[in-house]
Design a protein. Structure first.
Length: 294
């Protein structure tokens, strides 16, 4: 009977495992195989071992793309988390107005990256863009956000924050609605102020949701691609080229599929290491918190 149940369970999950293997496991293994070969778009290719990885280690363009990726991720994740938290707290109300405003903020998340970059190209263009016209109206010289190496990454960060804020806002809003109302009522009876309530009740209760938001957004922004490709094409002079854009250009611009696969595997390992480090750090925080509480 137990053996029959085991087979029934395997048959039940077999469709999911099949799709999971085809969509995720096989491409991962195929990518590893490609990274060890010199492969072009047409032709069988030949085995080169770790030559692609050795070439990446001394490739200044790849190193610059990794640096750009880390910088833009740092520019995006902390402000995005803070803004999403502020919006969630401010809109955590059972009213038609709050629901309408939540819908407005979430509406950007359903747009495609093409639409988002078109909108922000009109906003950031120095000659006829919205910000350019405002700058001219104030008597200032418009800033070339998309052609200045020092401004292009902040411009990508602002674009991404505007596009991405809706989903983490909803996650944090769901977390807020799980906090027992009795905790706030007890704080009100003790005459706790808004900041005390925020620091002693809201943020500790939202710790797991905040960690989830930070981990999801970090992994997502390390894979930033569409904004960089469509807004700036990696320019000026590679100042906004991200790691994913680098491997895209290697694979479909120079047809070096093996080299691009090696870059993809390096990026995968970096994302995995960052995610595991965040998970370990949050685990240490929980252990430390229990120790202090004890």
């Amino acid at each position: 009977m137990t053996e029959a149940r085991r087979w029934h369970g395997l048959l039940f999950v077999a469709p999911f495992l099949s799709v999971y293997s085809v969509i995720l496991i096989f491409p991962l293994l195929r990518g590893v195989w490609l990274s060890l070969h010199r492969v072009e778009l047409f032709g069988p290719g030949h085995f080169v071992g770790f030559a692609n990885y050795a070439r990446l280690a001394v490739d200044p363009i790849f190193q610059q793309s990794l640096l750009n990726t880390f910088l833009v991720t740092v520019m995006i994740v902390p402000p995005l988390t803070v803004i999403a938290l502020a919006l969630a707290i401010g809109l955590n109300q059972a009213s038609a107005g709050a629901a309408f405003i939540r819908g407005i903020f979430f509406s950007s998340a359903v747009l495609s990256v093409t639409i988002v970059t078109l909108i922000w190209r009109f906003v950031l263009a120095p000659d006829a863009g919205l910000l350019g016209e405002i700058w001219k109206g104030l008597g200032w010289e418009p800033l070339p956000f998309l052609s200045d190496p020092d401004l292009v990454l902040p411009a990508l960060a602002v674009t991404t924050i505007w596009w991405s804020v809706g989903f983490p806002m909803l996650l944090l809003l769901a977390g807020l609605q799980q906090i027992p109302q009795e905790m706030y009522e007890a704080a009100a009876l003790d005459r706790a102020g808004k900041w005390t309530t925020l620091l002693r009740i809201t943020l500790p209760s939202l710790k797991r949701t905040l960690i989830l938001v930070i981990m999801l957004q970090t992994a997502a922004q390390l894979q930033l691609f569409g904004q960089s490709q469509l807004l700036t094409a990696g320019g000026p002079s590679g100042a906004s080229r991200t790691a994913v854009l680098f491997l895209f250009e290697s694979a479909f611009g120079r047809w070096e599929l093996g080299y691009a696969s090696a870059a993809a595997e390096v990026l995968f390992l970096i994302i995995l290491a960052v995610t595991l480090t965040q998970y370990w750090a949050t685990g240490q925080m929980r252990v430390g918190g229990r120790g202090r509480a004890g």
